[in-house]
Design a protein around this ligand. Structure first.
Ligand SMILES: Cc1cc2nc3c(=O)[nH]c(=O)nc-3n(C[C@H](O)[C@H](O)[C@H](O)COP(=O)(O)O)c2cc1C
Length: 184
């Protein structure tokens, strides 16, 4: 049976969400798409302020053209950092642009500890469908290593069953004689 096609899509400003996205993609044998917003870099204090302003004002940044087409995957796992108790603005843009193109979804987010449930609700609204599974990781989970077991649980919950291959036509019998096995 062919393996289901899975895409993990994530944005990460400081690497936490990327680290989880990579672990999930590796465990699922999935392709990985990095969301890259256009415009000035988001590093440092000015980058932080820009990100914060975008999320507070609901600004949707333009994104670099994606490498992977979400429409060809059986499952898309989307990951975001939490910004002002909401979805990060680059992931918001990506979900807006791809909501109609995804078949099945699962979500994860990283956060300091404030607002991740709201992030999950927003992702569900933006995607227009309920996720197969959700994963919320706090920075302290990443620091003490307790995230690994939760990532493994999430991976088990999202892994879709292998796709059924259309049944191959039965081969004509070619054995000699009347098809009975010869007595030894
Ligand atoms: C602009 C901005 C706003 C943030 N707002 C929140 C927040 O409301 N709640 C929270 O728990 N963490 C918040 N954080 C912390 C990030 O969600 C957290 O550090 C996350 O793991 C960063 O992921 P990344 O390393 O993939 O960028 C915020 C970070 C930024 C840059």
């Amino acid at each position: 049976m062919p393996h289901p096609r899975i895409l993990v899509v994530a944005f990460s400003r400081t690497g936490h969400t990327r680290r989880i996205a990579e672990a999930i993609a590796e465990a699922l044998g999935a392709d990985l798409e990095t969301i890259v917003p256009l415009g000035p870099p988001r590093t440092g204090v000015t980058g932080y302020v820009r990100c914060s302003a975008e999320s507070l004002l609901g600004i949707l940044p333009a994104l670099q053209r994606e490498v992977h087409d979400a429409a060809v995957y059986d499952l898309v796992v989307v990951g975001t950092p939490t910004w002002n108790a909401g979805v990060s603005s680059p992931v918001r843009t990506w979900l807006r642009d791809n909501a109609e193109r995804m078949h099945d979804v699962a979500f994860f987010c990283t956060c300091g500890g404030f607002g991740p449930d709201r992030v999950m609700r927003q992702m569900e609204q933006l995607a227009g469908r309920r996720p197969r599974a959700k994963l919320i990781l706090r920075l302290r989970d990443l620091e003490d290593g307790s995230h690994a077991a939760r990532v493994a649980q999430f991976v088990d919950a999202v892994r879709p069953p292998a796709r059924e291959e259309p049944a191959a036509p039965e081969k004509a019998r070619t054995s000699p004689g009347n098809g009975h096995r010869a007595a030894r």
